[in-house]
Design a protein around this ligand. Structure first.
Ligand code: NAD
Ligand code: LMR
Length: 321
C-alpha cells in the first residue's frame, strides 16, 4: 500500500493524480472540492481532502510514503523566484515540520520556489527534528529537464523530446540552471550559432511562461507533467524497478557518490543525476566529468548563485523572522 500526500493540492500544480493506493490532499483552501473531483477518476486510489482545521495537516501527512509539496505563491511578471522567498519559506518550513513529526520516513519532493532555498530549509528543519535522511529529500528540477528535452528536440529535428535524455544540473533558477548538451543521449549536434540562445531558453523557460500568462501565475500544466514524471519514478524505484535515473536538487553529502561533487563545487546542495531505488537517492553521478569549457563556465556562474540561495535558506531555518 502506498500513501501519497500533495500539500498545496488546490493550486495549479497540485491537481495531479499519482499512481497510489491512498491520496491525501492538503491545502489551506478548497481540498474538499478537489478531492471529490479526483475521487471520480476510475483509479484504485482512495482520495481524501484536508484543511488546516482539526489538525488536518497531521492527519493528511500521517504515515505517508511520499509527500509532494507545491504549496506557496507563484511568480508574476517582473519577479524572480527569490522574490517568493519571504512567503514560501515559512510555508515550506511549516509543512516540513508536520512531515518530520508524523511521516519522518516519507520521500519528500519539494516543488515550492525558490527550490534553491526551500530545499535547504527543509533539510535544516528535518535535521533539527533528528529525522533528516538526505536520500529521501528531493528538490524537483524535472521541469528544467523536460524543457531541455523539448527545446533540444526542436533544434535537433527529433519528433519528440522524450526520445532524448538531456542532463540539466545545478539549481532551479535562471543562471543556476545548467544544461549539459555535450551529454545528451543519443548525442546531438547543437550548431554554434544556436548554443547560447538554447542555454538561455532552458535557463529562463519559467520566465517565458510567466510572461505569456501575464499575471495569471507560472507554469502549472508542464509542471504537473514534470512532477508526475519524477514522483512516479520515485515510486517505481521504491517498488524495486532498476535503472531509474533523474536529476534532482539534493543534499550531496548524504548520498553515495555525492561527496566528490560537494568537494568539486564547494556546495552542500546541487542538482545531479541520481539513481533511484528503495532507499530513495541510491547514488549520485558526478555530472562534471568530461564537460566542455563552455559548460564549465556555466557551472562556475551557477555555483556562485547557488551559494547565496543555499545560505539564505539555511539562515532562515535557524533564525526565522
Ligand atoms: P497556486 O497559487 O496555483 O497554488 C499554490 C497552492 O498552495 C494554493 O492552493 C494555496 O492555497 C496553497 N497553499 C498556500 N499556503 C499553504 C500552506 N501553508 N499549506 C498548504 N497549502 C498552501 O500556485 P502554483 O502555480 O501551484 O505554484 C505553487 C508553487 O510551485 C510556487 O511556489 C511556484 O513557484 C512553484 N513551482 C515550481 C516549479 C518547479 O519546477 N519546481 C514549477 C512551477 C511552479
Ligand atoms: C518554472 O520553472 O516554471 C517554475 O519554477 C515557476 C517559475 O516561477 O518560473
Amino acid at each position: 500500500m502506498v500513501k501519497a500526500v500533495v500539500a498545496g493540492a488546490s493550486g495549479g500544480i497540485g491537481q495531479l493524480s499519482p499512481l497510489v493506493d491512498e491520496l491525501a490532499l492538503y491545502d489551506v483552501v478548497n481540498t474538499p472540492g478537489v478531492a471529490t473531483d479526483l475521487s471520480h477518476i476510475s483509479s484504485t486510489a482512495k482520495v481524501t481532502g484536508y484543511l488546516p482545521k482539526d489538525d488536518g495537516g497531521k492527519i493528511a501527512f500521517k504515515d505517508a510514503d511520499i509527500i509532494v509539496i507545491p504549496a506557496g505563491i507563484p511568480r508574476k511578471p517582473g519577479m524572480t523566484r527569490d522574490d517568493l522567498f519571504n512567503i514560501n519559506a515559512g510555508i515550506v518550513k511549516g509543512l516540513i515540520e508536520i512531515a518530520a513529526e508524523v511521516a519522518p520516513k516519507a520521500y519528500i519532493l519539494v516543488i515550492s520556489n525558490p527550490v534553491n532555498s526551500t530545499v535547504p530549509i527543509a533539510a535544516e528543519v528535518l535535521k533539527a527534528k533528528g529525522v533528516f535522511n538526505p536520500q529521501r529529500l528531493f528538490g524537483v528540477t524535472t521541469l528544467d529537464i523536460v524543457r531541455a528535452e523539448t527545446f533540444v528536440a526542436e533544434i535537433a529535428g527529433k519528433k519528440t523530446g522524450s526520445e532524448l535524455t538531456v542532463p540539466v544540473i545545478g539549481g532551479h533558477s535562471g543562471e543556476t540552471i545548467v544544461p549539459l548538451f555535450s551529454k545528451v543521449s543519443p548525442s546531438v549536434t547543437i550548431p554554434d550559432d544556436k548554443y547560447d540562445a538554447l542555454v538561455n531558453r532552458v535557463q529562463f523557460g519559467g520566465d517565458e511562461v510567466v510572461k505569456a500568462k501575464d499575471g495569471a501565475g507560472s507554469a502549472t500544466l508542464s509542471m504537473a507533467f514534470a512532477g508526475y514524471r519524477f514522483a512516479e519514478k520515485v515510486l517505481r524505484a521504491a517498488k524495486g524497478e532498476k535503472g531509474l535515473v533523474e536529476p534532482s536538487f539534493v543534499y550531496l553529502k548524504g548520498i553515495p557518490g555525492g561527496e566528490e561533487i560537494a568537494k568539486a563545487t564547494g556546495l552542500e546542495f546541487f542538482s545531479v543525476p541520481v539513481e533511484l531505488g528503495p532507499n530513495g537517492a541510491e547514488k549520485a553521478t558526478n555530472p562534471l566529468t568530461g564537460i566542455t569549457e563552455k559548460e564549465k563556465s556555466l557551472v562556475d556562474v551557477a555555483v556562485q548563485g547557488l551559494k547565496t540561495n543555499i545560505e539564505k535558506g539555511i539562515s532562515f531555518a535557524h533564525n526565522p523572522p
